[in-house]
Design a protein around this ligand. Structure first.
Ligand code: HEM
Length: 159
């Protein structure tokens, strides 16, 4: 009698486990995550920004604003704006997981002699926010880009 009870319990457990396995296999696939939770590659942000054409447009607008801004204008007016824009497109594309490789100068070296302070850095970030607003980039995606750029202040601000 005891043996029969044990056998029934084992059979029951086996059936339950089989049902759970089948349910797991036939469950609908979860939607693809837009942001990788496990550090795997995602180009979702790059796509949100309109890929390469979107970034080129964004940088054109951004540079126009940087030159017109009384704080950042003195830095960018005399600089090679065409080169900086092209380098920024590649840099942002790579940061956002797009199919680009930044081949420009590293952030510490290129800004080392410019004497950039916190107010200069903040003014640049503000112009980038205006440019992103104009491109209709959603606020949460703007913040994702800003979060990728923020750590750079440590090597760019030297004053
Ligand atoms: C997160 C913030 C910043 C990023 C990602 C960034 C990125 C870049 C990149 C990619 C370049 C071109 C590098 C190359 O030519 O190989 C560059 C150059 C330059 N940046 Fe920045 N930059 C930042 C902040 C600033 C700030 C705050 C200023 C001044 C207000 C500034 C002024 C300049 C100037 C004047 C150049 C040209 C330097 C030269 O050609 O000698 N940058 N930056």
């Amino acid at each position: 009698m005891k043996n029969a009870l044990i056998a029934a319990t084992v059979a029951c457990a086996a059936m339950l486990s089989a049902i759970i396995t089948v349910r797991a296999q036939t469950a609908p696939a979860a939607p693809m995550p837009t942001v990788s939770m496990d550090g795997t590659h995602s180009d979702a942000l790059y796509r949100t920004f309109g890929e390469k054409p979107g970034l080129v447009k964004l940088m054109d607008d951004f540079m126009t604003r940087l030159v017109a801004d009384p704080v950042t204008g003195p830095f960018f007016g005399p600089a090679n704006q065409t080169r900086i824009k092209a380098e920024l497109v590649d840099q942002f594309c790579q940061l956002m997981g797009g199919p680009c490789t930044y081949t420009g100068v590293d952030m510490k070296t290129i800004h080392a002699s410019l004497g950039i302070n916190k107010a200069d850095f903040n003014a640049l970030v503000e112009e980038l926010q205006h440019a992103m607003d104009d491109q209709g980039i959603p606020f949460r995606d703007q913040n994702k880009l800003l979060a990728l750029l923020a750590p750079m202040h440590r090597v760019i601000i030297t004053q």
